[in-house]
Design a protein around this ligand. Structure first.
Ligand SMILES: Cc1cc2nc3c(=O)[nH]c(=O)nc-3n(C[C@H](O)[C@H](O)[C@H](O)COP(=O)(O)O)c2cc1C
Length: 407
Protein backbone atom coordinates (compact mmCIF):
# COMPACT_ATOMS: atom_id res chain seq x y z
CA UNK A 1 0.00 0.00 0.00
CA UNK A 2 1.71 3.19 -1.19
CA UNK A 3 0.72 6.25 0.82
CA UNK A 4 3.64 8.63 0.34
CA UNK A 5 6.02 9.72 -2.40
CA UNK A 6 9.68 10.35 -1.64
CA UNK A 7 12.70 11.39 -3.65
CA UNK A 8 15.81 9.66 -2.40
CA UNK A 9 18.86 11.78 -3.27
CA UNK A 10 22.07 9.76 -3.09
CA UNK A 11 25.40 11.58 -2.72
CA UNK A 12 28.90 10.35 -3.52
CA UNK A 13 29.99 9.02 -0.15
CA UNK A 14 31.14 5.62 1.00
CA UNK A 15 27.76 5.11 2.71
CA UNK A 16 25.97 5.24 -0.68
CA UNK A 17 25.51 1.46 -0.44
CA UNK A 18 23.40 1.99 2.69
CA UNK A 19 21.04 4.17 0.64
CA UNK A 20 19.87 0.93 -1.00
CA UNK A 21 18.77 -0.30 2.45
CA UNK A 22 17.11 3.05 2.98
CA UNK A 23 15.14 2.69 -0.27
CA UNK A 24 13.86 -0.67 1.00
CA UNK A 25 13.02 0.74 4.45
CA UNK A 26 11.08 3.63 2.88
CA UNK A 27 9.12 1.24 0.67
CA UNK A 28 8.32 -0.91 3.73
CA UNK A 29 6.82 2.17 5.34
CA UNK A 30 4.50 2.80 2.42
CA UNK A 31 6.61 5.15 0.27
CA UNK A 32 7.06 5.02 -3.46
CA UNK A 33 10.66 6.03 -4.07
CA UNK A 34 12.14 8.07 -6.94
CA UNK A 35 15.92 7.83 -6.73
CA UNK A 36 18.20 10.64 -7.89
CA UNK A 37 21.93 9.85 -7.90
CA UNK A 38 24.71 12.38 -8.27
CA UNK A 39 27.52 11.57 -10.66
CA UNK A 40 29.84 10.82 -7.72
CA UNK A 41 27.22 8.52 -6.15
CA UNK A 42 27.32 6.38 -9.28
CA UNK A 43 31.02 5.74 -8.65
CA UNK A 44 29.99 3.90 -5.48
CA UNK A 45 26.73 2.11 -6.40
CA UNK A 46 25.14 1.30 -9.74
CA UNK A 47 21.74 2.90 -10.53
CA UNK A 48 20.45 -0.57 -11.38
CA UNK A 49 20.41 -1.47 -7.66
CA UNK A 50 17.94 1.33 -6.93
CA UNK A 51 15.90 0.73 -10.08
CA UNK A 52 15.45 -2.92 -9.09
CA UNK A 53 14.61 -2.09 -5.46
CA UNK A 54 12.19 0.75 -6.16
CA UNK A 55 10.68 -0.35 -9.47
CA UNK A 56 11.30 3.19 -10.79
CA UNK A 57 13.85 4.49 -13.24
CA UNK A 58 16.74 6.28 -11.57
CA UNK A 59 17.58 9.87 -12.48
CA UNK A 60 21.33 10.08 -13.03
CA UNK A 61 21.89 13.39 -14.79
CA UNK A 62 20.38 16.73 -15.70
CA UNK A 63 20.48 16.30 -19.44
CA UNK A 64 21.54 12.70 -20.01
CA UNK A 65 21.90 11.38 -23.53
CA UNK A 66 18.42 12.64 -24.42
CA UNK A 67 17.59 14.97 -27.28
CA UNK A 68 16.30 18.49 -26.58
CA UNK A 69 12.78 17.32 -27.48
CA UNK A 70 12.95 14.41 -25.06
CA UNK A 71 14.23 16.63 -22.25
CA UNK A 72 11.37 19.09 -22.72
CA UNK A 73 8.63 16.52 -23.42
CA UNK A 74 9.03 15.19 -19.88
CA UNK A 75 7.77 18.63 -18.73
CA UNK A 76 11.12 19.75 -17.30
CA UNK A 77 11.88 16.82 -15.05
CA UNK A 78 13.41 18.56 -12.03
CA UNK A 79 10.25 20.63 -11.72
CA UNK A 80 7.85 17.70 -12.18
CA UNK A 81 9.81 15.51 -9.74
CA UNK A 82 9.75 18.39 -7.22
CA UNK A 83 6.02 18.82 -7.70
CA UNK A 84 5.06 15.13 -7.62
CA UNK A 85 6.86 14.15 -4.40
CA UNK A 86 6.15 14.93 -0.77
CA UNK A 87 9.59 14.66 0.79
CA UNK A 88 13.24 14.83 -0.29
CA UNK A 89 15.52 12.50 1.67
CA UNK A 90 19.24 12.96 1.00
CA UNK A 91 21.45 10.11 2.18
CA UNK A 92 24.34 10.09 2.32
CA UNK A 93 24.51 13.88 2.31
CA UNK A 94 28.18 14.45 1.54
CA UNK A 95 30.15 17.52 2.66
CA UNK A 96 30.10 18.63 -0.97
CA UNK A 97 26.31 18.27 -1.29
CA UNK A 98 25.72 20.18 1.95
CA UNK A 99 27.93 22.99 0.63
CA UNK A 100 26.14 23.05 -2.70
CA UNK A 101 22.70 23.06 -1.04
CA UNK A 102 23.73 25.78 1.42
CA UNK A 103 25.05 28.05 -1.32
CA UNK A 104 22.24 27.53 -3.77
CA UNK A 105 24.28 25.85 -6.49
CA UNK A 106 22.20 24.16 -9.14
CA UNK A 107 24.88 22.41 -11.13
CA UNK A 108 23.36 18.92 -11.30
CA UNK A 109 19.91 17.32 -11.04
CA UNK A 110 19.85 16.83 -7.27
CA UNK A 111 20.93 20.35 -6.35
CA UNK A 112 18.51 21.85 -8.90
CA UNK A 113 15.72 19.68 -7.54
CA UNK A 114 16.60 20.81 -4.00
CA UNK A 115 16.05 24.44 -5.03
CA UNK A 116 12.79 23.62 -6.81
CA UNK A 117 11.44 21.48 -3.97
CA UNK A 118 9.03 23.11 -1.54
CA UNK A 119 8.26 20.15 0.77
CA UNK A 120 10.25 18.91 3.77
CA UNK A 121 13.91 18.01 3.21
CA UNK A 122 15.68 15.45 5.40
CA UNK A 123 19.47 15.26 5.11
CA UNK A 124 21.50 12.45 6.65
CA UNK A 125 25.15 13.48 6.44
CA UNK A 126 27.95 10.94 6.46
CA UNK A 127 31.67 11.64 6.19
CA UNK A 128 35.03 11.42 7.90
CA UNK A 129 35.02 13.01 11.40
CA UNK A 130 37.39 15.84 10.49
CA UNK A 131 35.23 16.72 7.47
CA UNK A 132 32.13 16.66 9.69
CA UNK A 133 33.72 18.85 12.35
CA UNK A 134 35.22 21.32 9.87
CA UNK A 135 33.79 24.83 10.43
CA UNK A 136 32.83 25.02 6.74
CA UNK A 137 30.61 21.92 7.07
CA UNK A 138 29.18 23.05 10.40
CA UNK A 139 28.41 26.54 9.03
CA UNK A 140 26.72 25.02 5.99
CA UNK A 141 24.64 22.80 8.27
CA UNK A 142 23.64 25.74 10.47
CA UNK A 143 22.55 27.64 7.37
CA UNK A 144 20.53 24.70 6.08
CA UNK A 145 18.91 24.12 9.47
CA UNK A 146 17.99 27.81 9.70
CA UNK A 147 16.20 27.37 6.36
CA UNK A 148 14.17 24.47 7.71
CA UNK A 149 16.20 21.50 6.47
CA UNK A 150 15.92 18.57 8.89
CA UNK A 151 19.35 17.14 9.63
CA UNK A 152 19.93 13.73 11.23
CA UNK A 153 23.36 13.99 12.84
CA UNK A 154 25.68 11.10 12.00
CA UNK A 155 26.31 8.29 14.47
CA UNK A 156 29.69 7.77 16.10
CA UNK A 157 31.69 4.62 15.55
CA UNK A 158 34.36 3.05 13.35
CA UNK A 159 34.50 4.74 9.92
CA UNK A 160 35.47 3.38 6.50
CA UNK A 161 38.55 5.62 6.51
CA UNK A 162 39.94 3.62 9.45
CA UNK A 163 39.29 6.21 12.17
CA UNK A 164 36.64 6.23 14.88
CA UNK A 165 34.31 9.16 15.53
CA UNK A 166 31.21 10.98 14.34
CA UNK A 167 30.42 10.43 10.68
CA UNK A 168 28.54 7.15 10.23
CA UNK A 169 25.24 7.25 8.40
CA UNK A 170 22.45 6.52 10.92
CA UNK A 171 20.64 3.19 10.60
CA UNK A 172 18.48 3.36 7.40
CA UNK A 173 15.46 2.17 9.45
CA UNK A 174 15.80 5.27 11.62
CA UNK A 175 16.12 7.58 8.62
CA UNK A 176 12.98 6.06 7.06
CA UNK A 177 11.08 6.39 10.35
CA UNK A 178 12.17 10.03 10.60
CA UNK A 179 10.96 10.69 7.03
CA UNK A 180 7.61 9.15 7.88
CA UNK A 181 7.39 11.21 11.07
CA UNK A 182 7.90 14.39 9.04
CA UNK A 183 4.92 13.50 6.86
CA UNK A 184 2.62 12.15 9.53
CA UNK A 185 1.38 15.37 11.00
CA UNK A 186 -1.62 13.70 12.62
CA UNK A 187 -0.43 13.95 16.18
CA UNK A 188 -3.66 12.35 17.33
CA UNK A 189 -1.77 10.73 20.22
CA UNK A 190 -0.25 13.98 21.51
CA UNK A 191 -0.36 14.02 25.32
CA UNK A 192 -0.91 10.23 25.58
CA UNK A 193 1.43 7.83 27.33
CA UNK A 194 1.28 4.43 25.70
CA UNK A 195 2.70 1.48 27.62
CA UNK A 196 3.50 -1.39 25.27
CA UNK A 197 4.90 -4.82 26.05
CA UNK A 198 6.63 -6.77 23.30
CA UNK A 199 8.61 -9.89 22.54
CA UNK A 200 8.94 -13.16 24.42
CA UNK A 201 10.10 -13.73 27.96
CA UNK A 202 12.85 -16.14 28.96
CA UNK A 203 12.32 -18.33 32.00
CA UNK A 204 15.60 -19.81 33.20
CA UNK A 205 15.94 -23.53 33.90
CA UNK A 206 19.51 -23.19 35.13
CA UNK A 207 22.23 -20.57 34.53
CA UNK A 208 22.54 -21.50 30.81
CA UNK A 209 19.13 -22.81 29.74
CA UNK A 210 15.70 -21.24 29.44
CA UNK A 211 12.13 -21.76 28.20
CA UNK A 212 10.93 -19.18 25.69
CA UNK A 213 8.67 -18.88 22.64
CA UNK A 214 8.77 -17.81 19.00
CA UNK A 215 7.64 -14.20 19.47
CA UNK A 216 9.95 -11.84 17.52
CA UNK A 217 8.59 -8.62 19.06
CA UNK A 218 7.85 -7.18 15.59
CA UNK A 219 4.18 -6.45 16.32
CA UNK A 220 4.92 -4.66 19.61
CA UNK A 221 7.81 -2.69 18.09
CA UNK A 222 5.61 -1.67 15.12
CA UNK A 223 3.00 -0.43 17.61
CA UNK A 224 5.66 1.48 19.56
CA UNK A 225 6.96 3.15 16.41
CA UNK A 226 3.45 4.02 15.18
CA UNK A 227 2.38 5.46 18.55
CA UNK A 228 5.56 7.52 18.84
CA UNK A 229 5.15 8.85 15.28
CA UNK A 230 1.66 9.98 16.22
CA UNK A 231 2.92 12.02 19.13
CA UNK A 232 2.63 9.68 22.13
CA UNK A 233 5.20 9.19 24.83
CA UNK A 234 5.92 5.49 24.49
CA UNK A 235 7.17 3.16 27.22
CA UNK A 236 8.23 -0.10 25.60
CA UNK A 237 8.72 -3.00 28.00
CA UNK A 238 10.49 -5.57 25.89
CA UNK A 239 11.67 -9.11 26.32
CA UNK A 240 14.84 -10.22 24.48
CA UNK A 241 14.46 -9.52 20.73
CA UNK A 242 16.75 -8.80 17.79
CA UNK A 243 15.22 -5.45 16.87
CA UNK A 244 16.56 -1.91 17.27
CA UNK A 245 14.23 0.14 19.46
CA UNK A 246 12.32 2.81 17.48
CA UNK A 247 13.47 6.42 17.94
CA UNK A 248 11.89 8.47 20.74
CA UNK A 249 10.74 5.41 22.65
CA UNK A 250 11.68 4.71 26.28
CA UNK A 251 12.91 1.12 26.23
CA UNK A 252 12.74 -0.99 29.39
CA UNK A 253 14.47 -4.30 28.72
CA UNK A 254 13.42 -7.36 30.73
CA UNK A 255 14.07 -11.09 30.58
CA UNK A 256 11.49 -12.94 32.65
CA UNK A 257 7.73 -12.72 33.14
CA UNK A 258 8.38 -11.61 36.72
CA UNK A 259 10.58 -8.73 35.50
CA UNK A 260 7.99 -7.77 32.89
CA UNK A 261 5.30 -7.81 35.57
CA UNK A 262 7.37 -5.55 37.80
CA UNK A 263 8.19 -3.08 34.98
CA UNK A 264 4.58 -2.86 33.81
CA UNK A 265 3.21 -2.31 37.31
CA UNK A 266 5.84 0.35 38.01
CA UNK A 267 4.61 2.40 35.02
CA UNK A 268 0.91 1.55 34.93
CA UNK A 269 -0.22 4.76 36.62
CA UNK A 270 1.52 6.91 33.98
CA UNK A 271 -0.15 5.16 31.05
CA UNK A 272 -3.31 6.28 29.28
CA UNK A 273 -3.26 3.33 26.89
CA UNK A 274 -1.79 -0.10 27.68
CA UNK A 275 -1.08 -2.56 24.88
CA UNK A 276 0.03 -6.04 25.93
CA UNK A 277 1.59 -7.43 22.75
CA UNK A 278 4.25 -9.55 24.53
CA UNK A 279 4.10 -13.33 24.50
CA UNK A 280 4.66 -13.84 28.20
CA UNK A 281 5.56 -17.32 29.41
CA UNK A 282 2.67 -18.93 31.31
CA UNK A 283 4.93 -21.11 33.44
CA UNK A 284 8.34 -20.84 35.01
CA UNK A 285 10.63 -22.83 37.22
CA UNK A 286 10.14 -21.35 40.68
CA UNK A 287 13.46 -22.49 42.11
CA UNK A 288 16.23 -22.21 39.48
CA UNK A 289 19.29 -24.35 40.35
CA UNK A 290 22.39 -22.19 40.86
CA UNK A 291 24.59 -24.54 38.78
CA UNK A 292 24.19 -25.99 35.29
CA UNK A 293 22.14 -29.19 35.38
CA UNK A 294 24.35 -32.14 34.33
CA UNK A 295 23.25 -34.59 31.67
CA UNK A 296 22.52 -38.10 33.01
CA UNK A 297 20.84 -41.19 31.59
CA UNK A 298 17.81 -40.55 33.85
CA UNK A 299 14.51 -38.98 32.77
CA UNK A 300 14.28 -35.37 33.92
CA UNK A 301 10.95 -33.84 34.94
CA UNK A 302 10.37 -30.16 35.41
CA UNK A 303 7.78 -28.92 37.85
CA UNK A 304 6.61 -25.52 36.62
CA UNK A 305 4.60 -22.90 38.44
CA UNK A 306 2.31 -20.33 36.79
CA UNK A 307 3.83 -16.90 36.16
CA UNK A 308 1.99 -13.75 37.30
CA UNK A 309 -0.97 -12.96 35.02
CA UNK A 310 0.02 -9.44 34.04
CA UNK A 311 -2.99 -8.74 31.82
CA UNK A 312 -5.48 -9.86 34.48
CA UNK A 313 -3.78 -7.70 37.11
CA UNK A 314 -3.85 -4.62 34.87
CA UNK A 315 -7.53 -5.39 34.19
CA UNK A 316 -8.17 -5.40 37.96
CA UNK A 317 -6.12 -2.31 38.71
CA UNK A 318 -6.90 -0.10 35.70
CA UNK A 319 -8.87 3.07 36.16
CA UNK A 320 -9.23 5.20 33.03
CA UNK A 321 -6.67 3.39 30.94
CA UNK A 322 -7.68 1.75 27.70
CA UNK A 323 -6.46 -1.84 27.92
CA UNK A 324 -5.65 -3.77 24.77
CA UNK A 325 -4.69 -7.44 25.01
CA UNK A 326 -3.43 -9.83 22.36
CA UNK A 327 -4.60 -13.39 21.90
CA UNK A 328 -2.42 -15.69 19.82
CA UNK A 329 -4.64 -18.67 19.03
CA UNK A 330 -4.49 -21.77 16.91
CA UNK A 331 -8.28 -22.34 16.98
CA UNK A 332 -11.61 -20.62 17.91
CA UNK A 333 -10.14 -17.19 17.36
CA UNK A 334 -13.07 -14.86 18.06
CA UNK A 335 -14.68 -16.86 20.94
CA UNK A 336 -11.28 -17.06 22.64
CA UNK A 337 -10.74 -13.32 22.16
CA UNK A 338 -14.17 -12.59 23.67
CA UNK A 339 -13.48 -14.88 26.60
CA UNK A 340 -10.15 -13.18 27.22
CA UNK A 341 -11.76 -9.73 27.06
CA UNK A 342 -14.30 -10.67 29.73
CA UNK A 343 -11.98 -12.56 32.08
CA UNK A 344 -9.16 -9.99 31.86
CA UNK A 345 -11.34 -6.87 31.74
CA UNK A 346 -9.81 -5.68 28.44
CA UNK A 347 -11.35 -3.01 26.22
CA UNK A 348 -10.06 -4.62 23.05
CA UNK A 349 -8.47 -7.96 22.25
CA UNK A 350 -6.43 -8.30 19.08
CA UNK A 351 -6.65 -11.94 18.07
CA UNK A 352 -4.34 -13.53 15.55
CA UNK A 353 -4.05 -17.02 14.15
CA UNK A 354 -0.53 -18.21 14.81
CA UNK A 355 -0.89 -21.40 12.79
CA UNK A 356 -1.19 -19.62 9.41
CA UNK A 357 1.85 -19.47 7.14
CA UNK A 358 3.42 -16.06 6.81
CA UNK A 359 1.54 -14.34 9.62
CA UNK A 360 1.80 -14.18 13.40
CA UNK A 361 5.05 -15.11 15.15
CA UNK A 362 8.35 -14.10 13.51
CA UNK A 363 6.78 -12.87 10.26
CA UNK A 364 6.55 -9.29 8.92
CA UNK A 365 2.87 -9.69 8.16
CA UNK A 366 -0.13 -10.27 10.31
CA UNK A 367 -3.82 -10.99 9.98
CA UNK A 368 -5.88 -10.05 12.99
CA UNK A 369 -9.41 -9.67 14.28
CA UNK A 370 -10.02 -6.84 16.73
CA UNK A 371 -12.76 -7.65 19.22
CA UNK A 372 -14.11 -4.60 21.06
CA UNK A 373 -15.85 -4.17 24.38
CA UNK A 374 -18.69 -2.52 22.46
CA UNK A 375 -19.38 -5.89 20.78
CA UNK A 376 -17.99 -4.75 17.44
CA UNK A 377 -15.38 -6.84 15.61
CA UNK A 378 -13.07 -5.37 12.99
CA UNK A 379 -11.06 -7.54 10.57
CA UNK A 380 -8.62 -5.49 8.49
CA UNK A 381 -7.09 -7.27 5.49
CA UNK A 382 -3.83 -9.13 6.02
CA UNK A 383 -0.96 -6.63 5.89
CA UNK A 384 2.46 -5.55 7.11
CA UNK A 385 2.69 -5.35 10.90
CA UNK A 386 3.27 -1.58 10.55
CA UNK A 387 -0.05 -1.19 8.71
CA UNK A 388 -1.83 -3.40 11.25
CA UNK A 389 -0.28 -1.32 14.06
CA UNK A 390 -1.73 1.88 12.55
CA UNK A 391 -5.16 0.28 12.34
CA UNK A 392 -5.03 -0.95 15.95
CA UNK A 393 -4.27 2.61 17.11
CA UNK A 394 -7.06 4.02 14.91
CA UNK A 395 -9.53 1.55 16.41
CA UNK A 396 -8.29 2.22 19.95
CA UNK A 397 -9.00 5.93 19.60
CA UNK A 398 -12.43 5.25 18.09
CA UNK A 399 -13.23 2.80 20.85
CA UNK A 400 -12.27 5.23 23.59
CA UNK A 401 -14.57 7.85 22.11
CA UNK A 402 -17.40 5.30 21.96
CA UNK A 403 -16.81 4.17 25.58
CA UNK A 404 -16.63 7.77 26.87
CA UNK A 405 -19.79 8.84 25.06
CA UNK A 406 -21.60 5.89 26.69
CA UNK A 407 -20.49 6.73 30.23
C1 LIG B 1 36.55 6.42 -1.61
C2 LIG B 1 35.91 7.73 -1.33
C3 LIG B 1 35.04 7.85 -0.29
C4 LIG B 1 34.43 9.07 -0.01
N1 LIG B 1 33.54 9.14 1.03
C5 LIG B 1 32.98 10.32 1.32
C6 LIG B 1 32.06 10.41 2.40
O1 LIG B 1 31.76 9.42 3.09
N2 LIG B 1 31.49 11.61 2.67
C7 LIG B 1 31.78 12.72 1.93
O2 LIG B 1 31.26 13.78 2.25
N3 LIG B 1 32.64 12.65 0.88
C8 LIG B 1 33.24 11.50 0.56
N4 LIG B 1 34.10 11.42 -0.50
C9 LIG B 1 34.34 12.62 -1.32
C10 LIG B 1 33.19 12.82 -2.31
O3 LIG B 1 33.07 11.69 -3.16
C11 LIG B 1 33.42 14.06 -3.17
O4 LIG B 1 33.47 15.21 -2.33
C12 LIG B 1 32.35 14.24 -4.21
O5 LIG B 1 32.60 15.39 -4.95
C13 LIG B 1 30.96 14.32 -3.59
O6 LIG B 1 30.02 14.41 -4.61
P1 LIG B 1 28.46 14.65 -4.35
O7 LIG B 1 28.28 16.13 -4.17
O8 LIG B 1 27.84 14.19 -5.61
O9 LIG B 1 28.06 13.89 -3.18
C14 LIG B 1 34.72 10.21 -0.81
C15 LIG B 1 35.60 10.08 -1.88
C16 LIG B 1 36.19 8.85 -2.15
C17 LIG B 1 37.13 8.75 -3.33
Amino acid sequence: MTQFKAVLGVGGGIAAYKAAELARALIERGFSVQTVMTEAAQEFVRPLTFAALTGNKVITSMFGARSADEVLSSSVEHISVARDNQILVVAPATADLLARFAHGLANDFLTTLYLAFTGPVLAAPSMNTAMWEHPATQDNLALLRSRGVHVMPPDSGPLACGTTGAGRLPDPERIAAYALRLLLQRHDLDGETVLITAGPTREPLDPVRFISNRSSGKMGYALAEAASLRGARVLLVSGPVNLPPPDNVELISVQTAAEMHQAVMAHLEEATIVIKAAAVADYHLARVPPQKVKKTAMRLSLELDPTPDILAEIGRRKRDQLLIGFAAETENLVPEAKRKMETKNCDMVVANFVSQDGTGFESDENEVVMVMRTGETVSPPRGQKREIAAQILDQALKLRLALHSKS
